[in-house]
Design a protein around this ligand. Structure first.
Ligand code: AGP
Length: 608
């Protein structure tokens, strides 16, 4: 996904656009650029690479103007380069775009025949030349803008400057989010509320298919049918500090250490810390639900994989989980009276969003757990639950994940209580365990030196294996994903019981094996799998607790142990996720990779 920002200001905007892009860099960092309109002239400054390159380019040749747009790119069509960087300009138009114009090749061919000269490999450049072509035909700027939107198929968030319209910004949204902000004599546009936070908290979200004309004083909104519409202004309070590292070396480390607070705020938004009783913001009729289909991507998918165990074991409710990009195309016959639950930190991941739309068409009750209020999924769902993690900037998801699990655990309790399969006493015990999570996480974070030591073992590895059973199996997969995405070591999370069906052939001195074995009903069998690894010369590090340590020492299993606190069915996956995060962080540090902006990645993937 990419990041878009725009300012219709009453003072120069260029540096503020760049500052805004720095708050959007987590959305993509292959290249960046800004464009301003001043006295009928379009000025552009672009650079390949991260924002520091654009800042340097701007410092060496600044551009002027009180009206401008900016963009930070995650490449889809066309390699990361200056020529493919946005804004894309013609003699009359400057465009920044998030999304994909799917029919760009057809449009490009027709425009080239009409004499338009393309310089980039991007799909976005067809937007620039389509509008320019309509202007060349004599249409007014507004009519040229409107007409061009009808030509585009696919997803877009657009911000457009047209040379002959000073003090005006043309914006449109289809499939990619866009929010308008209102300041003191200025208006703003951004991909999310975060980028606008230092400037304003008065925000207006474009609905799907909307387009708008912005002036420094106001915004005029139109729906996809061209009808003038009002969009409510909401006060969204986002702490602008969220986009600073707060003294930590990386956003990821800051967000890992924010987990006690994030999980506390999340749990206490759903469970009263005094009465220890649930207080969900919406009343889900779980007795009307025959089966839950849970769908997500990446780390968020692993939270659904954990929730499957909880819902089936505690709430006795059948659950099917799937990754969104597969669910969308397998034509699953969802049951009438079913519920579809979607998990997303950003609330914008296109695979998950499209799966959600599909579930709605299949008459499923849609429930979403998101970290970004007013995100596309948040606005589309029948029921919304918010993780209270606060903005998560590091590309590797950490605090959002543990907060997702906390929400899912609470939803499971709600379902179990309403379905009459959990007594008040049992429910209270679970609630107490969840309310105590912040303290437990805090204690685990104090032992970071243990994880730094294990990172030394992982550092030279080309491959690594993470093993777990039951609710530890998804955490093994999550640990492997964390290691892959920020240290670039190939890692695989595997069901410990599956090792003997093939993967055990991989075991050798060169591939560290991380084993997750909290004291639960699966532990003894997991420790047997640990022994099978060691018996074949493998190097194993076992994350376990006091009871697990006693078993290992009694059986004299030669393995390195990282001791964890005692846990319960609902707390183990949440607590064991934390050392997995720190392990990947410290390994990445040792390997010198970019922790917050790993290569090829972006924080949320809004392209399919
Ligand atoms: C997690 O560390 C990754 N950055 C990625 O797998 C992420 O979880 C996935 O893209 C889903 O994003 P979402 O939660 O915003 O939908």
């Amino acid at each position: 996904m990419c990041g878009i920002v725009g300012i219709l200001g009453n003072k120069p905007v260029a540096q503020r656009l760049i500052d805004g892009l720095k708050r959007l860099e987590y959305r993509g960092y292959d290249s960046a650029g800004i464009a301003t309109l001043e006295s009928g002239l379009l000025h552009v400054c672009r650079a390949q690479g991260k924002l520091v390159a654009l800042q340097s380019a701007f410092d060496s040749s600044p551009i002027i103007g009180n009206l401008g747009i900016g963009h930070t790119r995650w490449a889809t069509h066309g390699v990361p380069s200056e020529v493919n960087a946005h804004p894309h300009v013609s003699s009359k138009v400057a465009v920044v775009h998030n999304g994909i114009i799917e029919n760009y090749a057809h449009l490009k061919e027709a425009l080239i025949k009409k004499g338009h000269a393309f310089v980039s490999q991007t799909d976005t450049e067809v937007v620039t030349h389509t509008i320019t072509d309509y202007l060349n035909q004599g249409l007014s700027p507004f009519d040229a803008f409107k007409a061009s939107l009808k030509d585009f198929h696919g997803a877009y968030a657009l911000a457009i400057l047209i040379k002959d319209t000073p003090d005006t910004l043309f914006v449109a949204r289809r499939g990619s989010p866009l929010v308008v902000g209102f300041g003191d004599g200025e208006t703003y546009i951004g991909s999310d509320a975060l980028v606008l936070a230092p400037w304003t908290k008065q925000l207006c979200y474009l609905e799907e298919g909307d387009y708008a004309i912005l002036t420094p004083e106001k915004a005029m909104f139109y729906n996809e049918y061209g009808q003038s519409v009002d969009r409510p202004i909401k006060t969204i309070s986002i702490n602008a500090d969220a986009v600073t590292k707060g003294g930590y070396d990386h956003f990821m480390l800051k967000e890992i250490f924010e987990q006690p607070t994030a999980v506390k705020e999340t749990v206490e938004s759903l469970i009263d810390p005094v009465s220890e009783r649930l207080k969900l913001p919406v009343d889900v009729d779980w007795n009307a639900i025959t089966k839950i289909t849970m769908v997500a991507c990446g780390t968020s998918y692993f939270s659904t994989a954990v929730a499957k165990y909880w819902f089936e074991m505690i709430a006795k409710l059948p659950v099917e989980v799937d990754i969104a990009s597969e669910f969308r195309y397998r034509e699953s016959p969802l049951p009438k009276g079913g519920a579809a639950l979607f998990i997303s930190q950003s609330g914008e991941t296109i695979d998950t969003l499209e799966a959600m739309k599909q579930a709605k068409e299949m008459d499923q009750t849609t429930i979403v757990v998101v970290n970004v209020p007013e995100s596309s999924m948040d606005r589309l769902a029948d029921y919304s639950f918010h993780t209270k993690a606060g903005p998560e900037i590091g590309v590797a998801s950490t605090k959002a994940f543990t907060c997702q699990l906390a929400v899912l655990a609470t939803l499971c309790l709600d379902a179990a209580i309403k379905r009459g399969v959990l007594s008040d006493v049992e429910a209270k015990e679970y609630a107490q365990q969840l309310l105590n999570l912040p303290n437990e996480i805090y204690g685990i974070l104090q032992k970071e030196s243990d994880y730094q030591q294990v990172a030394e073992t992982l550092k030279p590895a080309r491959d690594a294996l993470y093993l777990g059973r039951g609710t530890s199996f998804p955490i093994a997969m999550e640990g492997a994903l964390k290691l892959k995405e920020i240290s670039y070591i190939h890692a695989e999370g595997y069901a410990a019981g599956e090792m003997k069906h093939g993967p055990i052939a991989l075991i050798d001195q060169l591939m560290p094996v991380i084993v997750l074995a909290p004291f639960d009903k699966w532990m003894v069998k997991t420790l047997s799998n640990l022994q099978e690894v060691i018996a074949r010369g493998g190097i194993a590090i076992c994350f376990t607790d006091r009871i697990g340590r006693e078993h290992i020492q009694k059986d004299q299993i030669p393995t390195q142990i990282v001791e964890m606190p005692m846990t319960h069915l609902m707390t183990a996956p949440i607590l064991y996720a934390v050392p997995m995060q720190l392990l990947s962080y410290y390994t990445a540090l040792l390997r010198g990779t970019d922790v917050d902006q790993p290569r090829n990645l972006a924080k949320s993937v809004t392209v399919e």
